[in-house]
Design a protein. Sequence first.
Length: 277
Amino acid sequence: MAKKALCIGINNYPGTHMDLQGCVNDAQDWAAVLAERGYKTTLLLDDQATKAAMVDAMSKLIASGAKGDSLIITYSGHGTYQPDTDGDEVDGLDEALCPYDLQTNGSALIDDEIKTLFAARKGGVRLLLIADSCHSGTVTRAAKAEPDADTRPRFMPMGNWLPASKLPKNFAGKTVQTIVAPSGSSPLNAALDKQVGDLLLAGCKEGPNNYSYDAKIKGRYNGAFTYYALKALKAQKPEATYNDWYKAILKSLPSASYPQTPQLFGTGAAKTRKALT
């Protein structure tokens, strides 16, 4: 049984004025922990993580998986949405991941594309997706309840990257820069096949104004979710399940400084598997 992981971290988003600071650290931290647990890891950081490179790396990871293999993808960066063009979204919006060249290339990685990529997966390949990003809301900051807290939501409004010609209009005919999306779900949900035991561990709830925060904790930048998820993992016993790990994360989040509630999606049986095996 092979174990492989792809860890993506993007701090820099040229042309958007929405750079982050903890995502590269996140990806490197996930890669280090997964390597310790026997995963062969690939990293895509900042300018390595263009849309074309992300699609290529995901495609290769999926193509390499055989029955019994375990694949993990971690993504730390901005989430966004854009107007749906094929009519498959109830709220009229496609959730998307933001590649490094989001604004310069003018193209996000939407949930429809992710679904197509993962449709090529062979039977019996298990998948864990870890998303430290958010996909709905307006640009706000968390209250700085801790002196060292430095917070920024990992959410990219449409107006920061889509050209005006592609932005939706309101009832008055004026261009809309941002919308509070009703669903706000991670586009990685499109890759899940719960029937074969897939899991998604996400940094925040779905729905309007739920955020995953870029944070400065003890003098170092990380995603708040990634920091506390890895801290909880290190404290777990070797036989700990995904449920055990998840419950341990919830002891730290939400907090006054980081009001986000992580989520674990998947079947009950999948959640009782031994974590990261």
